[in-house]
Design a binder for this molecule. Structure first.
Ligand code: SF4
Length: 302
């Protein structure tokens, strides 16, 4: 029985041809986009930060965090990383990651908001009582507040900030809420929290019971549609430039040259939740108070 993920569903919705390449033909791809590389490195560091806090009872310093990020960036860098926006250097993305971490660190120090229940938590759950429609996912960070509210946190490293109306329809974290309700019987209140790290912006929403039931029904319908499909038409568009299969896909929509192309700036890379409009990234906030002991010698981030 197939366990569906949010990205598997999104792939079908965005371009059935891509879905076929990835999930039916299972064509392996070499390399990764720089946006995915950046996201992985930032997620790893934030996971390490909270592990460190749990183990040692105090956070690492900001300089330790930044140093480890730079080390890991270099350690994992490889020559199959693709930069679609060729006008940008790898250093642009490295700085973006540094800004994400610095913003988060300064806003959340000393990281005492809520009890961390799990980090990078795999979840598996069902959408129907019989368990015919099964889903899985990974929660970046799950916390529990003192009043019993669970929070599902998601880190975003994208340079695009979606409007709240977009997040109100976001499927990924709402599905995870269904999963948490099944795994944690005491989770009577759940909040969905998105951290748009580049913008130092945290967005929070709750879903009503009706919204969750509607989401479950719509997701089941989509899975039925996928399973009844026997043809997978291409849906070429701006996201072809980030598609893993653009070199083998006869329908790929690729501009002759991306450099200096105005549409290049307007097209967001395929972040899981998607986003509709670009907002220029700002340098980290000079006005944010500096955490104490930032430069003090502290325990290793390892
Ligand atoms: S290149 Fe474009 S049309 Fe082809 S599979 Fe990828 S997203 Fe679909």
């Amino acid at each position: 029985m197939v366990q569906y993920s949010h990205s598997r569903l999104s792939s079908f919705e965005n371009c059935p041809q891509q879905f076929e390449y990835r999930y039916i033909q299972k064509i392996e791809v070499e390399g990764e986009g720089i946006e995915a590389f950046l996201g992985k490195r930032v997620h790893e560091i934030l996971e390490r930060l909270y592990h460190h806090l749990g183990r040692h009872g105090r956070p690492p310093s900001l300089s330790q965090v930044q140093k480890r990020f730079a080390q890991d960036w270099e350690l994992h860098w490889h020559d199959k990383i693709r930069i679609v926006r060729t006008e940008r250097e790898p250093g642009h993305y490295l700085q973006q990651g540094e800004r994400c971490l610095e913003n988060y660190y300064r806003s959340h120090y000393p990281f005492e908001e809520g009890q961390t229940v799990a980090l990078e938590k795999p979840i598996s759950f069902q959408l129907d009582p019989e368990g015919r429609y099964r889903m899985r996912g990974i929660i970046d960070r799950l916390t529990r507040q003192s009043d019993g509210t669970y929070e599902i946190h998601d880190y975003k490293t994208s340079g695009f900030l979606p409007p709240l109306s977009r997040l109100e329809k976001d499927r990924q974290l709402a599905l995870y809420q269904i999963g948490i309700e099944q795994s944690f019987p005491d989770s009577e209140r759940i909040e969905l929290v998105w951290h748009y790290l580049v913008f130092n912006k945290t967005l929070r929403l709750r879903r009503t019971r009706e919204q969750l039931e509607d989401l479950g029904a719509r997701t089941i319908q989509l899975i039925d549609q996928i399973e009844a499909s026997s043809s997978y038409p291409a849906n070429p568009g701006p996201l072809c430039r980030w598609c893993d299969y653009r070199e083998i896909c006869p329908s790929a929509l690729l501009p002759a040259s991306d450099a200096g192309n105005a549409s290049s700036e307007r097209t967001p890379p395929p972040e899981p939740t998607g986003s509709l409009h670009a907002v220029p990234a700002t340098p980290s906030q000079a006005t944010t108070p500096r955490p104490p002991a930032e430069d003090a010698v502290q325990l290793s981030l390892l």
